[in-house]
Design a protein around this ligand. Structure first.
Ligand code: NAD
Length: 338
């Protein structure tokens, strides 16, 4: 079965392509390389020994998307990762985010609604919950006003899919990721942030390797056990596997609704200081950081209630925070050695 993975050379997409190929799916990747490189393709081949099909195209081109589906009219499912994801950049350049994240989605859905059957998986985010009132956060938690244009594209994206599924043969699963970290154990693929990393773990590993002086920890006076913010870190390989499970659910027509929503997290909350301690353990050296004032916009704690993903989807995480930190560190060292 041929599966389209948009953004398949990105961080989560590349790990998902590996898991799909390991399960025997034929994969066709669309990526415009705006936040990735062809080296990732080589990494996927090195791990799996299989070449996915790669179509370098920009999903913002409606005609290109139409041409793609004419050429690949045998696609059985689509996993849609391609998007811009830098929260800060979305504040300074909102139209880039609304155009890239929403026009791409619309053009894909326009092609899929022509089909007699279509299966669609969408990368959403726990940002839709904002500072949730009840922790751990269940899928039934209310959606809070988006704190950035990026977050808004995820909320609007979900709504677009729900509306289109009502009037078409599209079945969809919306996956709300918590905080994906880590790398493939082979260190052939991993996270490759452009510029200063916006996420905690790549910032830590880049500091560990000497690219950054120290980590600023924004606030240690939050109402948490050690005073630092708490998040739900999920190993990217566990996350990738959840996509295969979700896809199989749609392909086997096991979905109970036209659109289903699942949280993807470990269900465990870890503080910034716990992540640092974990890194010190796997790297075997003390880590430089400085506590500074709180930063505006940071929620105190967010971690997933994973009951629905565990029970209904039949998936749960298998890898620990420490395994994720060890793989991220191995990957960082490999990147440096290149
Ligand atoms: P990424 O930037 O590593 O991957 C996205 C890929 O899409 C890149 O390879 C990029 O080149 C490609 N792309 C972007 N715009 C495109 C376009 N117009 N046409 C073709 N290709 C395009 O990001 P990621 O971390 O792998 O995230 C994947 C998805 O998951 C995104 O939708 C993101 O918003 C979502 N998500 C990520 C996180 C996270 O922390 N990484 C958390 C929640 C949700």
């Amino acid at each position: 079965m041929k599966i389209l993975v948009t953004g398949g050379l990105g961080f989560i997409g590349s790990h998902t392509v590996v898991e799909l190929q390991n399960k025997g799916f034929e994969v066709v990747i669309i990526d415009n390389l705006s936040n990735s490189s062809e080296a990732v393709f080589k990494g996927i081949v090195a791990i799996t020994g299989k070449q996915p099909i790669f179509e370098k195209l920009d999903l913002r081109g409606k005609a290109s998307v139409q041409d793609f589906f004419k050429k690949h009219d045998d696609v059985s499912g689509v996993i849609h990762f391609a998007a811009s994801k830098a929260v800060g950049e979305s504040v300074t350049n909102p139209l880039l985010y609304y155009e890239n994240n929403l026009s791409s989605l619309v053009y894909l859905l326009q092609e899929l609604e022509k089909k007699e059957e279509a299966n669609f998986i969408f990368s959403s985010s726990c940002t839709v919950y904002g500072q949730a009132d009840v922790i751990p956060i269940a899928e039934t938690a209310p959606i809070k006003p988006a704190m950035s244009p990026y977050g808004n594209t995820k909320q609007i994206g979900e709504e677009i899919i729900i509306d289109v599924a009502k009037v078409s043969a599209i079945n969809a699963i919306l996956l709300r990721y918590f905080n994906p970290i880590g790398a493939h154990d082979s260190a052939e693929i991993g996270e490759l942030p452009i510029g200063v990393p916006q996420n905690l773990v790549p910032f830590i590993t880049q500091t560990g390797i000497g690219l950054r002086k120290e980590l600023l920890v924004y606030g240690n006076d939050y109402p948490t056990p050690d005073g630092t913010c708490i998040r739900d870190y999920i190993h990217v390989v566990d996350l990738a596997k959840a996509h295969v499970v979700a896809l199989q659910r749609l392909l086997n027509k096991k979905n109970l609704d036209k659109v289903e929503i699942f949280n993807l997290g470990s269900g465990v909350g870890s503080s910034v200081l716990e992540v640092i301690t974990s890194f010190e353990k796997v790297s075997g050296k003390p880590f430089p950081y400085k506590i500074v004032d709180r930063r505006e916009g940071d929620v105190t704690k967010a971690y997933a209630n994973t009951d629905k993903a565990n029970g209904v989807l039949g998936w749960k995480t298998q890898l620990s925070l420490e395994e994720a930190m060890a793989s991220a560190w191995k990957w960082e060292q490999k990147v440096k050695a290149k």
